[in-house]
Design a protein around this ligand. Structure first.
Ligand code: 8YV
Length: 319
């Protein structure tokens, strides 16, 4: 049987071809997240969905859908905080994601932001484009020398380990980290510290690499930011609501920390005007995995999960 599958955003051609080779595929051409009512209709009309960031798949959506036709949600992306997995499961729907495919690209963006915020690259570029650069001088735009410093990684999963490897092997950084459970092998020399506050206090650059869950909501807040050094920087490549954005703005304004590099925001695509106005923050538009081959790998992995499921096998990346 050829199952009906809805792909909720335009994806690279290779991915669409792979999906069409096996399923009766509908592609939603809109690049924005779906409206909840449209998701409800889709859950009733399709056997499988390939959704992504921001598509509203919370408990309320499943409640509205009642008994859905949909049996499989193959999320495009490793983060699935827009999906209530318990509610999906209760509705008889299996959920998968795309770990592995996103790891290196997301770690690369972490390193990009670490360097950009430490070395004031965004600020310097803005100054130059404004025509305000009066020429080099020895004490101009001095930043934090990243080589040999300490990185504090919050969340030592696949992405955390890839960041540790780059920071340690590429920049000679000491690695300290916080993780819920004990991690024996990071792959490079690294020290798991007793508490999040200890990591925040020890690191020159703190990088957030935990998934967004109810437990990690506002994990980085006024109190944890206060533990950081005034010379330290915060980088978030995970999900916006892990950081209390208002507390971060206060910390950046009042000198509690020196700078920040963000790829994600609490209410994407809204970025608070106060953040936009600050020089000591680098702001990227959720570029974590934005490279064609990475988006292809993510999409092909999602399609592989759909195929496994509808062939009667366990999807390799069930969550
Ligand atoms: C994705 C990400 O591109 O994989 C993830 O969870 O954060 C991104 O880099 C996007 O969020 C789709 O999930």
């Amino acid at each position: 049987m050829t199952e009906k599958v809805l792909i909720t955003r335009p994806l690279p051609d290779r991915v669409l071809e792979a999906a069409k080779a096996r399923f009766d595929v509908t592609i939603r051409e809109d690049t924005q997240p779906m409206a909840q009512d449209d998701v409800v209709v889709a859950l009733l009309a399709y056997d499988g969905l390939l959704p992504t960031l921001g598509d509203p798949l919370g408990a309320e959506t499943f409640a509205k859908a009642g008994t859905p036709r949909c049996r499989m949600l193959a999320n495009f992306g490793v983060g699935y905080n827009h999906i209530d997995v318990a509610a999906a499961t209760a509705a008889g729907i299996t959920v998968s994601n795309t770990p592995g495919a996103v790891t290196d690209a997301t770690a690369d963006i972490a390193l990009t932001l670490m360097l950009m915020t430490a070395r004031r690259a965004g600020e310097g570029e803005r100054m130059l484009r404004r025509g305000d650069w009066n020429g080099w001088h020895p004490t101009q735009m001095l930043g934090l020398h990243m080589t040999g410093k300490t990185v504090g990684i919050v969340g030592m999963g696949r992405i955390g380990k890839a960041i540790a490897k780059r920071a340690h092997s590429g920049f000679g950084m000491d690695v300290v980290f916080h993780n819920r459970s004990a991690v024996d092998d990071v792959g490079v020399s690294a020290h798991q510290l007793g508490s999040l506050e200890e990591v925040m206090a020890t690191a020159d650059i703190v990088v957030i690499a935990v998934p967004a869950t109810p437990e990690t909501y506002h994990l980085i807040n006024k109190k944890t930011l206060a533990a950081m050094r005034p010379t330290a920087h915060l980088v978030n490549i995970a999900r916006g609501d892990i950081v209390d954005e208002a507390a971060l703005i206060d910390a950046l304004k009042s000198g509690v920390i020196a700078g920040a590099g963000l790829d994600v925001y609490e209410k994407e695509p809204t970025v608070p005007a106060e953040l936009l106005a600050l020089e000591n923050v680098t702001l990227l538009p959720h570029l974590g995995t934005a490279a064609l081959e990475v988006r292809e790998a993510m999409g092909l992995m999602a399609v592989e999960n759909l195929i496994a499921f509808f062939d009667g096998n366990d999807p390799p990346n069930r969550v």
